[in-house]
Design a protein around this ligand. Sequence first.
Ligand code: CO
Ligand code: ZN
Length: 338
Amino acid sequence: MEALMKRLCETYGPSGEEMEIRALIEEEIKDSVDRTFTDNLGNLFAVREGPAPALLLSAHMDEIGVIVTHIDEQGFVRIAPVGGVAPHLLPGQRLRFKSGAVGTVYHEKIKELRELDWTRIYLDLGAKNAAEVKKQVQIGDMACLEQPFVALNGRYLAKALDDRAGCAVLIETARRLAGVPLPQAVCFLFSVQEEVGLRGATTAAYSIQPGYGLAVDVTRAGDTPKAPLMEVSLGKGPAIKVKDNSVICSPKVRRLMMEAAAQHQIPYQLEVLERGGTDAGAIHLSRGGVPTGALSIPCRYIHTPSEMVDQADLDGAVQLLDILCRLNWSEEIAAQAI
Ligand code: CO
Ligand code: ZN
């Protein structure tokens, strides 16, 4: 899984520009499913055929990035965020465009760090003037963080673990289930534009019309020095979401997940995320409503150039999803008390 994680994390794919990451994921998963297809927004679907209603598993393939807003005469490039990027994390960081062009971020003179907003930040591509920049970069071009993937002490450090970690978990689950008969259709969704508002999952859930939904994404960990209170740590197992700002997970789905984990001795944590959302937010509101849960990979330093996850949590997530896909959801959910 480490090699797969490296390929996924190092691939370019800010919201709306998921072409490269989509091609990579399709290549990685196509032999494990019955068919793959994309929709008008660029979502990638990888389907195991079977009886309806389908179980929809979603991980978003887009990552946070920036977009070019202005290029001055000297060739300095002004940028704005695509998704939740904090400007104070960028100075000294390198950004890479789809074309391969790379620049470094710095800022104008400031007295205090809190003056550091997007208007003070610029990107330097090493160009001598605007004309030289415009040979490589135009207004509206996007760039993502440029960081190598590193494995250390059973943990992974990389950009875009949000949510390539979820993508890796889905791919690995599909591989394990290849050739195994399933009681219902399972649709692996690699959604677009999650970071700008769960947009891909919105149209995907509408068109797939799933019976049940389950989003796989990262969540915050509260196990670092003086971190805001958060009952989730790295290495204690995947987190079964109770609530975030986009969804109150279906209690039936949540209990089904907890029971399956307990039965197979998979360690798990319970997650209440006070800010932020996931694809589950869009899926559960589709059409007449879809019973939806979410499985989260504990992650430190989310939306920074070096996010961190634990290998054991990824393994636990794959194990649990593998078990869940083999269950008959219509029967299991019907058997759950209220
Ligand atoms: Co995110
Ligand atoms: Zn995410």
